[in-house]
Design a protein around this ligand. Structure first.
Ligand code: PGA
Length: 234
């Protein structure tokens, strides 16, 4: 089965870097990988390729109208975007997006037929049982009144593991992901895909890739050569 890889470029790359990046990434096709590429809004059209999903890093709460500075699901869809990252910890923490906002964004994205990559993660390292409870409580709020999960991927990213070079504790991550999967199966009757994120790179990808459905990658994805190196290992 194909593994999911999501390249979250965050607020990186300048205009002068884009061509070189695309020369490396655009024509690559890895049969074992279902790739999602998520550059800043301003580069989305240029990133279009038949080899990967075009993914936005955010979406407006509204479809159209007087919302200066916002970009809607409708607009994203109209330029060929098929997926969107929602609930990333950087948006939850730095832009005060709470679960009510995230729930609304998920609904508007799904209504517009965008696939949703829903990020969740505990902010501090706590005992495993507590982590699972924190994540389940968050999922219940984020997914409130949503009944179709077929277009949702969950990205489990402990906040302290993002951009930190933290060691990957495969055993613990597997236990958490397995618990989340069985929670989703029991309560929502869905076999949802769960990817892991937090300092994943070309050196630790082999450790993690077999215990989950894929990965979400920040820092490593800024370097096109490194992401290719990583994809080759899957
Ligand atoms: P990182 O970021 O790979 O730099 O830790 C992951 C993310 O924020 O999605």
């Amino acid at each position: 089965m194909q593994k999911i890889v999501i390249g979250n470029l965050k607020m990186n790359l300048e205009e002068k870097d884009v061509d070189e990046y695309l020369n490396i990434i655009k024509n690559t096709d890895f049969p074992n990988v279902d790739l999602y590429m998520s550059p800043s809004y301003i580069y989305l059209s240029r990133f279009k390729s038949k080899n990967y999903h075009l993914t936005a890093q955010n979406v407006s709460l509204f479809n159209d109208g007087a919302y200066t500075g916002e970009i809607s699901a409708l607009q994203l869809k109209s330029i060929g975007v098929d997926s969107v990252i929602i609930g990333h910890s950087e948006r939850r923490i730095k832009f005060n997006e709470d679960s009510k906002i995230i729930n609304k964004k998920i609904k508007i994205a799904l209504e517009n037929n965008l696939k949703v990559i829903l990020c969740i993660g505990e902010s501090k390292k706590v005992a495993k049982e507590n982590t699972i409870n924190i994540l389940i409580e968050e999922l219940k709020k984020d997914l409130k009144d949503i009944s179709d999960y077929s277009n949702i991927i969950i990205a489990y990213e402990p906040v302290y593991a993002i951009g930190s070079n933290t060691d990957v504790n495969v055993f613990e991550i597997k236990e958490i992901i397995d618990s989340l999967k069985s929670f989703m199966e029991k309560l929502y009757k869905t076999n949802i895909k769960i990817v892991y994120g937090g300092s994943i790179n070309e050196n630790n990808i082999n450790e993690i890739i077999n215990i989950c459905d894929g990965v979400i990658v920040g820092k490593t994805s800024i370097n096109a050569k490194k992401i290719i190196e990583m994809l080759k290992k899957i």
